[in-house]
Ligand binder design. Structure first.
Ligand SMILES: [Zn+2]
Length: 105
């Protein structure tokens, strides 16, 4: 979860530390009901209320976990596919041998 607040001067969103923060109440205990921050874009110091903090989903899930999951899925599918093909070839080889052994001239 990413926490952001808007600069009153330039309206750009600024990052707020979200370490150990799950609820708005946690943030209030950490920084107080109102806290000051310096805008990273225009440098103006702002005072903001914890109720004006906006939470957004973390990019970790979007940019790291989903591609990692996709790669893991492809690798697992590849190995399962390889096992199925080897099993089919062994089975085919075995049935060919059996067929050959059963046939007499
Ligand atoms: Zn600003």
């Amino acid at each position: 979860m990413r926490l952001r607040t808007e600069c009153k001067s330039c309206k750009k969103l600024n990052k707020v530390s979200s370490k150990g923060v799950l609820l708005r109440r946690d943030l209030e205990e950490k920084v107080g009901e109102e806290f000051r921050f310096r805008c990273t874009d225009c440098g103006i110091e702002n005072t903001t209320h914890v109720n004006s903090i906006i939470a957004a989903n973390s990019n970790l899930v979007t940019y790291i976990l989903i591609p990692f999951g996709a790669i893991f899925f492809i690798l697992v599918s590849y190995y399962i596919g390889a096992i199925i093909i080897i099993t089919a070839l062994l089975s085919s080889n075995n049935s060919n041998s059996t067929l050959f052994n059963k046939s007499k001239v």
